[in-house]
Design a protein around this ligand. Sequence first.
Ligand code: CA
Length: 225
Amino acid sequence: MATILIVEDEAAIADTLVYALQAEGFGTRWSTLGGEALALLEREGYDLVILDVGLPDISGFEACKRLRRFSEVPVMFLTARNDEIDRVVGLEIGADDYVVKPFSPREVAARVKAILKRVAPREPVTRPSEGPFHLDSERVRIDYHGQPLSLTRLEFQLLQCLLGQPERVFSREQLLDALGVPADAGYERNIDSHIKSLRAKLRQVAPQAEPIQTHRGLGYSLRLE
Ligand code: CA
């Protein structure tokens, strides 16, 4: 059973979420403060966090930023205002989805299910070892020149997708599709930033190699060298 941590200071909203999620068979835990939620997340394993942006102690954005220093648990934001939505959609804070208040609790439960399905381990690719890369999909780990890469979940999925078909040019839309992310304009730009951080991590291992190729106006491919 997946357990969802709900971080929301309004009891009425938290109650409807607890009810809707439990009706779908999820376990729930409710916290009203960002700081308290972070402490819980450091101590206990949760499968997903529903995080209100407007919390009494620290903002949901700040909580997410701190959370990302030690965890890649999926985060869904609850937002109340348009300016908040812009920041969530920018996704620089590493959120997986967001819903705008007022929302339907059943809709939230459906989205939670969709995210958990998306982050579930994928089928292993047919060729686990490709050139300098070695993919271990069960341990969610990719070695590069014999060194384990420390990747975020999205970086791992991106590299796994590119490794699945070396030399193939993937458009940003196709990469988003492989990640199970809806293809909105904001997300497309986000692919570029994930590729950028992925490249930086590869460069730390092999500074001269540039295995991820940019095809201007088309997308990205992986070159095995
Ligand atoms: Ca609030």
